[in-house]
Each structure stands twice: as C-alpha cells, then as structure tokens.
Design a protein around this ligand. Sequence first.
Ligand SMILES: Nc1ncnc2c1ncn2[C@@H]1O[C@H](COP(=O)(O)OP(=O)(O)O)[C@@H](O)[C@H]1O
Ligand SMILES: [Mg+2]
Length: 230
Amino acid sequence: MLCVEGLEAGYGGARVLFGVSMEVGRGRLTCVMGRGGVGKTTLLNVVMGVLPASGGSVTFEGRSLTGLRPDERVRLGMGYVPHGHDTFPQLSVMGNLMVTVEASPHKDATAVDDALEVFPLLKPVLNRPAGSLSSGQQRRLAMARALVTRPRLLILDEPAEGVEASVVFEIGEAIERLRASGLAMLLVERYLDLALRLADDFVILDAGRVARSGTAEELKGEDVHRLLEV
Ligand SMILES: Nc1ncnc2c1ncn2[C@@H]1O[C@H](COP(=O)(O)OP(=O)(O)O)[C@@H](O)[C@H]1O
Ligand SMILES: [Mg+2]
C-alpha cells in the first residue's frame, strides 16, 4: 500500500537517507527501528511530504506522491502523528478534533465519535484547552486527530515516548485494535518489547541505510538487539 524506493534526503548539504527502500503492506504494521539520529523521523517526514526527497520515490496505493503537499497526502488517506505534541494548545479538545474534521476530505463529524471510542479517556475533557492537558492526554488527542481524517495508512513517530507507563500500555492497545480493524500502519518505535508485540514487519535503519528488514518472525534474533544498541 505504501512503497518507498531508493529514497534519498537530507538537510542542506547533509545527506541523511541513502537509498532507503521499504514498504507497508495492506492491513499490515511496519515498524521502523534504529538508534537515535539514524534518520527515522526524516524518513517519515519525507513520506508525508513535510521534507522533500532528493531522490527515489514514494507511492501510496499505486499512486506517485512526488510533488504532493502534506495536506494532499492526508486527503489521499494518509494520517500522521509527528514526534512530540501536535495539537492547537488554545483550542479545546473538541475544537482540535473539529478543525481536523473540517480539513478532512469527508467532513463527517461522526469520525470524531469513532476516534473518541478509540480514546474514551478524552471524553471527560472535551471542553478543556488542549494545552492544559497532561502529556498522556495530549498524546491521545494527537492520535485521535489523525484518526478523525479516517486514514487508510496511519504513520506514528514514537507515540509512546515521554508518557507514563499506563499511557504506553493504552497506546499499544489502541494500535492493536486499529490494526485488527484493518488499518495499515507505519510506526517508529524504540521500545523493542512494544515493537515486537505490534509489528508484522520490521525495517532497521542504521546511519540512513536499511540495515535489516523482514517479517517479525525473520528478525527474532540477537543481531536485532545489536543494531539497536546505543
Ligand atoms: N531540521 C534539521 N536540520 C538539520 N539536521 C537535522 C534536522 N533534523 C534532523 N537532522 C539530522 O538528521 C539526522 C537524522 O535525524 P532524525 O531523522 O531525526 O533521526 P531519528 O528520528 O532516527 O532519531 C541526525 O543526524 C539529525 O541531527
Ligand atoms: Mg526521531
């Protein structure tokens, strides 16, 4: 469903991705792993069109994404939860969700109810400004906002980072339920335990190149740990 081929990208003169190829199959969860600074976030940003590629291609459901803006990619069915918080702090939780409905291709407010079923703990705080929420609640809201666009591919950059253990657990459960519903996902995750529990397929990046890739079964080995050691 998502096919990345020979992707090259960087910042100014500094190359970060060197010929990265990977894919996400329909209804599958591909987990991108690797040490800090190897290019995981850069890869997601290029896939979403936030950052330009200097070479290679990205196709989604058979369609080339070259030249499309991030919002156009969202309209095609790609949802993105970037690293850290991504909410409008002054707007209420409901306001954050409604803004996203209005910007989405379907403009269907029942998508908000569906997203709140995935993160029911948001229901008691719908009128609170997003900026006043705990980091766990803000993370739930960021994920709910991406769901409101009704993506067919959900892209998540370290959704469990920097929140307490109970929220990590809940996000893991939500990801499992979403995958069970048929949603394809591209996940950057550094917690190996969580990644092993969730992923169908793995891509391990090292210094901007794919060091290993394969199904979760294929990668259940000790060298995976070596590639992830700091
Ligand atoms: N905005 C930026 N400008 C310049 N260099 C950057 C920028 N963002 C990331 N980098 C560099 O690109 C490399 C990859 O970063 P990143 O994709 O964030 O890695 P990861 O997500 O795997 O930790 C790092 O060396 C980082 O310092
Ligand atoms: Mg990162």
